[in-house]
Design a protein around this ligand. Structure first.
Ligand code: HEM
Length: 155
């Protein structure tokens, strides 16, 4: 199992593949739900919690909705209703355009995902396959890059 993370490079092509259905088949609907709820519990306590609603009920609604996305993207039933006919990954990139996401935030997001997967009881090759998707796809949610500060060269 290799939780490798490579940095996001502005303008670089990002090839990715959706997770294998075998991951969903091994986890099942309830297993996916349990895993994704653990992931969002981690996000709620993380450095990127401020991106998300702090209200527990509103956050719970996001957990629920996002879990359905991950079920569908892994080849499970078509339960995610928000995309309105648009290809799911394309829709996801658009959703994240509303936020300023730097690679630093992506790394925090992936840190929670790594912790979650480490505590998930599923075969390593399936875990690896799911990780490869999130590690790559998350680059497409990054839309902000640090600029060199004006006086940086003075220090
Ligand atoms: C593999 C990468 C990622 C996937 C698959 C993903 C998936 C999702 C999904 C399914 C939603 C809900 C969209 C909706 O139905 O409205 C969402 C929303 C969101 N995601 Fe991500 N995400 C990813 C990476 C990230 C990263 C790196 C950040 C970093 C901050 C992030 C921050 C957010 C925020 C702030 C929202 C909106 C929550 C709200 O509705 O208030 N996501 N994401």
């Amino acid at each position: 199992m290799d939780f490798k993370v490579t940095p996001t490079v502005k303008g670089e092509d990002v090839p990715f593949e959706n997770p294998a259905k075998a991951f969903y088949d091994a986890m099942g609907f309830d297993g996916m739900k349990e895993m994704m709820y653990r992931f969002y519990d981690c996000i709620y306590e993380s450095e990127i919690a401020n991106f998300f609603p702090q209200d527990e009920e509103e956050f719970a609604a996001i957990k629920e909705k996002n879990t359905l996305f991950f079920i569908e993207i892994c080849g499970g039933p078509k339960v995610y209703k928000e995309a309105d006919g648009m290809e799911l990954n394309e829709f996801m990139v658009r959703i994240h355009d509303d936020f300023s996401i730097y690679d630093k935030s992506r790394l925090e997001w992936l840190g929670c995902m790594r912790e979650t997967l480490e505590e998930t009881d599923v075969a390593d090759e399936l875990k690896q396959n799911f990780w490869n998707y999130v590690e790559a796809f998350s680059k497409l949610t990054v839309n902000s890059y640090p600029t060199k500060r004006k006086f940086e060269s003075m220090y």
